[in-house]
Ligand binder design. Structure first.
Ligand code: S3P
Length: 166
């Protein structure tokens, strides 16, 4: 079975859906943010505040490079993975890239009150979400081998839909 990689905006359910797919088809689940936090021994917020966003983006690329040799994994990525062009080629090399396409309103609802995502810790978080979504959308589409609309669907039904298409 080819590796499965989930991409999509913050709050689109990549981690939950990834876990559900891994369980369903017995693959190893890897959450990229969590792996980076473990490797670094500090939170995403600390990495951003101590080193800056570019440093974090390099960690993401390094992690993808490491993943090239992995087999039988479901990988959920951070929402910004597609912002670095080189990552898109790497994602495609690692496995089947599945884009969870989630509407703005649902994203807002899911990230509301979140304190762990540094890019959203601002007064105008709603506007930031909209502008980042618009900016990133073409890159999500261009990286994807499979596009899944997640509007009004449960985690389980999204996972099932993906498994049926693999
Ligand atoms: C980010 C998304 C986050 C995390 C970091 C930056 C982004 O991951 O990698 O806060 O730029 O969209 P999730 O998509 O899992 O929230």
């Amino acid at each position: 079975m080819e590796n499965v990689i989930l991409i999509g905006f913050m709050g689109s359910g990549k981690t939950s859906v990834g876990k559900a797919i891994a369980e369903k088809i017995q693959l190893e689940f890897i959450d990229m943010d969590e792996a980076i936090v473990n490797e670094q021994g500090r939170t995403i917020s600390s990495i951003f505040s101590e080193e800056g966003e570019e440093y974090f983006r390099n960690l993401e690329t390094e992690f993808l490079i490491q993943c090239q040799t992995k087999k039988n994994i479901v990988l959920s990525t951070g929402g910004g993975i597609v912002t670095v062009e080189k990552n898109i080629e790497l994602l495609k090399k690692i496995g089947k890239v599945v884009f969870l396409n989630t509407p703005y309103e649902q994203i807002l609802n899911n990230v509301k009150g979140d304190t762990t995502r540094p890019l959203l810790q601002q007064e105008n978080a709603e506007a930031v979400v909209l502008s980042l979504m618009q900016k990133r959308e073409p890159a999500y589409f261009s990286a994807a081998n499979m596009i899944i609309q997640t509007k009004n669907k449960s985690i389980v039904s999204i996972a099932e839909e993906i498994c049926n298409l693999l």
